[in-house]
Design a protein around this ligand. Sequence first.
Ligand code: SF4
Length: 467
Amino acid sequence: MTSRISAEEMAIQREYMKKVAQLNAERDEPPIAHVHSFGCQQNVSDGEKIKGMLAEMGYGFSGDSDGADLVLFNTCAVRENAEDRVFGNLGALKHNKRRKPDMLIGVCGCMVQQEHITERIKKSFPHVDMIFGTHVLHTLPQLIYETLTTRKRHISIPESDGVIAEGIPLRRESALKVSIPIMYGCNNFCTYCIVPYVRGRERSRAFEDVVSEARQAVENGAKELLLLGQNVNSYGKELGTSFAELLRAINAIDGEFRICYMSSHPKDATPELIDAIAGCEKGTRHFHLPVQSGSSRILKLMNRHYTREDYLDLVRYVRERVPDAALTSDIIVGFPGETYEDFKETLSLIREVRFDSLYTFIYSPRKGTKAAEMPDPVSAEEKGKWFRELLEVQQESGCAAYEGYIGRTMRVLCEGPGRTRDGCLTGKTQQNVIVDFDGDRSLIGSFVDVEITGALNWALLGKIVEK
Ligand code: SF4
């Protein structure tokens, strides 16, 4: 069952934070933690909570696991190669533990919500001290305290549809670009995806909690708010509110900043929502609408709840209501049962929509999902050929889309040093497109108007427009 963690339970965890802080204060030197978050933005956001709690408990941080007193891997289950990396890294930590037997090693996140993974960690990695799931992240202080004081292994992966825990301290990765989770979990059960099994059912944070966190972030100097959820478009359904209302409320906060969000599901991107985005001047003009396939037959097998035609109607509506919108998408190549004819429909959809860019993946089965049980007769070699064909087609549309920006003056949030030439700066437009331009480093963190003078296939080039 989904539940909100009570204020009393959070107070208990704060007490544990103090107890661990006391233990750490008795050490000769403050302990160092290495926290690595794999995978998506949601996981990075969980990593900010983990680091926030650890900082309260007296830990300093290192980007390196060597010499660390606590190593925590916040894992992702979406792709097999990320899981393999975690196992590889865990194996290497055996030597660290031998050199420093009192160090703590923990694994949390989506991976350990899968029983076969937890069993493997338990059996093959005896040097791991803590394994805990996505629904008990807020109990990290208690877990650390109990592990430190008993020196026994602690495993906490309760069955749950998910929880919402407010009031966890945060250690943000950036003050300029701030991530704000607005909802957790997913109800959609796309047949290839493991997320609903590891992150629980959809649940939204209270409207006021989100708006006040956004207001606070803006007051602290944030220039970009990234609203996070597995399916942000269905925010607030169980609360009697909506994502459109939330966008309007955040848009009304004073100051110059941008509102971005991820991820969206095309089936929930309603005309009302597009209208709301069109009416919010601080809202991104970047629509990431993951289509996954251009074939209605494959979309049905994926359980996506829209057809090719629905998707193209949605794109037409976005272009009509937000003429300067940039569209990007995700594509899975070689879904079980996909034929070359289906794949050609994906290519034709890409040509028709003219996406700015695409995130493309060759299908990889995830144990426990429906698609992993479906017959998959096409060889890996054949799928590789299709994949290369897809990249060529996208290359043409992407280049054309980027060249279309040349000559325009765009508002750019300057984020730091650029990559295209020595001394240049980089930033992003409201369409989420990278622009490199010359300018003084004092501009980092502010908005500037940039005239676009050139296009590469991954970025634009420009010059600042003097007022
Ligand atoms: S919408 Fe589909 S792909 Fe996205 S998280 Fe939910 S089940 Fe996974």
